[in-house]
Design a protein around this ligand. Structure first.
Ligand code: DGY
Length: 342
């Protein structure tokens, strides 16, 4: 075993694998229950190592860079629970897990407000050219106040288009009230009369939202229906003065089409926290001045990452120690079946 693998010795307890460094709060919770093998690093566990380490494990605490697919499940005959340290579970083949009666838990709720805060940080940063200003100062270019220097766009009083009005979309929309914005939303699943009443948000067909919004912010889950939802046709419908913000999942936006739209000033700007082929970026993206780029930071506050760790750890303890039905499962029907037998 390499020095990066830490074993927390215990008596005979279920074996689990933790695939990445996680906050101490999570480890403290897990340690009394499990024999833990921990890939305690800041880089992804190599796939081959993962496949060999998972062989004798009943549980796995993973992050969104690990693909939990049929190949991994084949290599994990004892696996009963996968807990992802994320709200999104598009990296996990849920159907394959359910077939094998493996419970998948995730961390919704605790990161909603933090992610909404960051979405707004991105929105304001691109509209008001904060990053360009910072580079300008550090580059020693500031020679004194100039009426025409680094002009951005107003945010207050504009129209915000929220694509996907789930928990995070709603938290983003709520913040728009403070900026006196008109809020439009599109959601393929449902309309939200309560949110409409509270925030004055108006339901709008997707294409209409693209036409009318000054800021378009994406908060849908990634699946077959949302893959490349924002493509060349979508950019063609947007205002030339529009900004796109994506803190959801990279492949929702066709990144090549985005580069083209930004380069050709088809839209005015964008701010991204996620990438189609993360951690890579589409060619040319990083050379553009009208885009703000962040390394998937939306939930990255000390408080929230600790809460996510606790929630992810509790998911594993709940399932493997048959303590209780976990608070959130991606395949609740498997949970119900297992707990009704217990
Ligand atoms: C998630 O939880 O799915 C985010 O992308 C990381 O917080």
């Amino acid at each position: 075993m390499g020095s990066y693998m830490i074993l927390y010795p215990t008596m005979v307890r279920p074996k689990i694998l933790i695939t990445r460094r996680v906050p101490d709060e999570a480890l403290k919770l897990l340690a009394p229950h499990f024999e833990i093998e921990h890939y305690n690093k800041s880089t992804a566990i190599p796939r081959r190592l993962l496949l060999s380490k998972i062989r004798d494990k009943e549980g796995m605490l993973c992050i969104l860079t690990e693909k939990v697919d049929r190949r991994l499940l084949q290599a994990a005959p004892r696996l009963k629970a996968v807990s992802t340290y994320s709200v999104g579970f598009d990296h996990i083949d849920i159907a394959a897990c359910s077939e094998k009666r493996i419970v998948v838990t995730n961390t919704p709720g605790v990161l909603t407000e933090t992610t909404a805060d960051f979405t707004w940080a991105l929105l304001l940063a691109c509209a008001r050219r904060v990053v360009e200003g910072d580079r300008f100062m550090r580059g020693g270019k500031y020679k004194g106040w100039d009426p025409m220097m680094i002009l951005g766009s107003d945010v207050h009083g504009k129209t915000l288009g929220v694509v996907g009005l789930g928990r995070i979309g709603q938290a983003v929309a709520r913040r728009a009230m403070g900026f006196g914005m008109k809020v439009l939303y599109y959601d393929a699943q449902m309309i939200f009369p309560e949110v409409e009443r509270q925030f004055g948000a108006q339901y709008c067909e997707f294409q209409e939202l693209l036409r009318q919004s000054d800021f378009i912010t994406v908060h849908v889950v990634l699946d077959a229906a949302t893959h490349h939802m924002i493509d060349e046709k979508a950019f063609a419908l947007m205002k030339r003065s529009a900004y796109l913000i994506n803190a959801a999942r990279g492949p929702i936006v066709d990144e090549k089409a985005l580069v083209k739209a930004l380069r050709g000033q088809r839209i005015r700007g964008a701010a991204l926290d996620v990438y189609e082929f993360e951690p890579k970026m589409a060619q040319g993206l990083s050379q553009l001045a009208n885009v703000v780029l962040a390394p998937h930071l939306a939930s990255a506050s000390l408080e929230t990452r600790a809460k996510m760790g606790v929630m992810a750890a509790e998911g594993l303890v709940d399932v493997l120690a048959r303590r209780k039905t976990p608070a959130h499962a991606a395949n609740p029907e498997v949970c119900e079946e297992i707990f009704s037998r217990a």
